[in-house]
Design a protein around this ligand. Structure first.
Ligand code: ADP
Ligand code: GLC
Length: 484
């Protein structure tokens, strides 16, 4: 097997910096690819947490003026990941969320911040680091979208390029004037290049110029070719459908392992599902819910945004109460949703528990202790929490979109698909359909045999990266073969 060298470019990488699933994927994929003969190094910005955690640091390059201030390219490692870190303090030495200020608004210079990241990715593609000359540059989301564009306009021999879409809703839109300050030619302001409704879009740049486009599930790959799912870029994706494919995400099965998880109260495996009850009791305590093993406990771990459909779950709270169920929600995001969930918790003590914030440890406990995990998304490129739920014996209740459609087998579909049912799927994505499915899940919960069967087939589902990483390895190899 010929070894392949791949430079991955991502704006967040678990466990160094994370706001969502992109970080999980960027952190787990390089490790999984090792057994497929792929040597992957990951380039990310030198945010304060990254600089603090990086070890074995070596300075590869120093610039007196990199996009308006001094900068360095470092090599180093963390948690088994080989990293390139772009240390440019005037762009990245800012605490907190990588994209927004403490008030939750985008940093005004995000265009320059992520153009700088893509510029150095393209330079590494051109052998800036002689010890690691990549065969492929793999850009994740809009923050890395300019990498394929720089490589295109540089007009030199270049590596192959892959653009992966984790979320069409974030397109990296900026004013055209930015082009002048990020070293792209003015003719890139063109409808067949970066121009997008009078501005420029970094995601469009990646989709336009990458040799291959992937997204994180086969169903999302279809959805984004429609006008609605493409969110403005459906036409371009239809044009490029011959190079577009969907590869499902996996989860890091070391981090998410109920047999060894240090964050849960009681560890368990498929044979000892009764031990989940002990985690449920701790979860009920932590969310100030009445302690009762017989009460079905619904869990949610999510960003609170329009995408995730959690306004629909708020509308379904009367059903949750009427059905005698409980809800434990961990999330942060939209102020309005945060306030409404907190109000629901105040109005229903013992029944609705809400923690606003980002808390990895609590996320693990919800997976281990809730009976069902709800993901009512309006769209979901892949979704990772339902995969973790399968692995922890929490039965997923999901909307029938994107990766949720591809990863969960509905209780009514088991016979036709040939796979055992692992959860519940609802459509259309409305509060009524969700409420109806919650009622159905409640009936199933009280039929112990049915529920155990759902849990066991979830636990038997392979949600690891093992096979999925092989699809990326095959894609890189195919790209290399066609380019040589
Ligand atoms: P997205 O990337 O759209 O947010 P995913 O389901 O792909 O959705 O990934 C979300 C990741 O972030 C999961 O690892 C999930 O456990 C984690 N997560 C989301 N919200 C929180 C939170 N409030 N606290 C802890 N972890 C969270
Ligand atoms: C995005 C999507 C989510 C996906 C994740 C990782 O944030 O919203 O569905 O699982 O990226 O690919």
């Amino acid at each position: 097997m010929t070894p392949v060298r791949v430079l991955a470019v991502a704006s967040e990488v678990y466990p160094l910096v994370k706001t969502g699933g992109l970080a999980d994927v960027a952190g787990a994929l390089p490790v999984a690819l090792k057994t497929h003969g792929v040597e992957m190094r990951t380039l990310l910005p030198g945010y304060p947490d990254v600089m603090r955690l990086l070890s074995g640091t070596e300075e590869l390059r120093r610039w007196p003026d990199y996009f308006g201030g001094p900068g360095r390219l470092l090599a180093g490692s963390h948690a088994g990941l080989d990293l390139f870190v772009l240390d440019v303090p005037h762009l990245y030495a800012r605490p907190g969320n990588p994209y927004v200020t403490a008030d939750g608004v985008d940093w005004p210079d995000n265009g320059v911040r992520f153009a700088a990241l893509s510029r150095v990715a393209a330079d590494i593609g051109h052998a800036l680091v002689p010890a690691f000359v990549p065969d492929v540059v793999h850009a994740h989301d809009w923050q890395a979208g300019l990498a394929p564009a720089y490589l295109h306009y540089d007009d030199r021999p270049r590596p192959g390029t892959v653009m992966t879409i984790h979320n069409m809703a974030y397109q990296g839109k900026f004013a055209p004037a930015l082009l002048g300050s990020i070293g792209l030619p003015w003719h890139a302001f063109n409808v067949d290049a970066l121009e997008y409704f009078g501005g420029i879009s970094f995601l469009k740049a990646g989709l336009r110029f990458a040799d291959r486009i992937t997204t994180v599930s086969p169903t999302y790959a279809k959805e984004i070719q429609s006008d609605e799912g493409g969110m403005g870029l459906g036409g371009l994706l239809r044009q490029r459908s011959d190079v577009l494919s969907g590869i499902l995400n996996g989860v890091d099965t070391e981090v998410w392992n109920p047999q060894t998880d240090p964050h849960i109260a009681y560890r368990f495996d498929a044979e000892e599902l009764t031990f989940r009850a002990a985690n449920k009791a701790v979860l009920q305590q932590q969310f100030n819910l009445d302690s009762s093993d017989e009460t079905p406990l619904l869990g949610v771990i999510s960003r609170l945004s329009w995408q995730k459909g959690l306004d629909l779950l708020l509308e379904a709270i009367p059903t949750i109460l009427r059905e005698g169920m409980q809800l434990a929600l961990l999330g942060s995001g939209d102020r309005d949703l945060q306030d409404r969930y907190q109000a629901a918790a105040r109005a229903n003590p013992g029944r609705i528990g809400v923690v606003i914030g980002y808390d990895e440890i609590l996320a693990h406990l919800i997976q281990a202790g809730s009976d069902a995990l709800i993901v009512p998304s309006r769209f979901e490129p892949c979704g990772l929490t339902q995969l973790c739920a399968l692995r922890y014996g929490a039965v997923p209740i999901v909307s029938r979109v994107g990766g949720l459609e591809d990863t969960i087998v509905d209780i009514g579909e088991a016979d036709t698909s040939g796979h055992d049912a692992t959860g519940f799927k609802f459509a259309p994505v409305t509060a009524d359909a969700l409420a109806g499915t919650l009622r159905k899940a409640n009936v199933a919960f009280h039929d112990k045999l049915t529920w155990r069967r759902l849990q066991r087939s979830g636990l038997a589902t392979d949600v690891s990266w093992r096979n999925r990483a092989g699809d990326y390895a095959a894609l890189y190899r195919d790209l290399m073969a066609r380019r040589s």
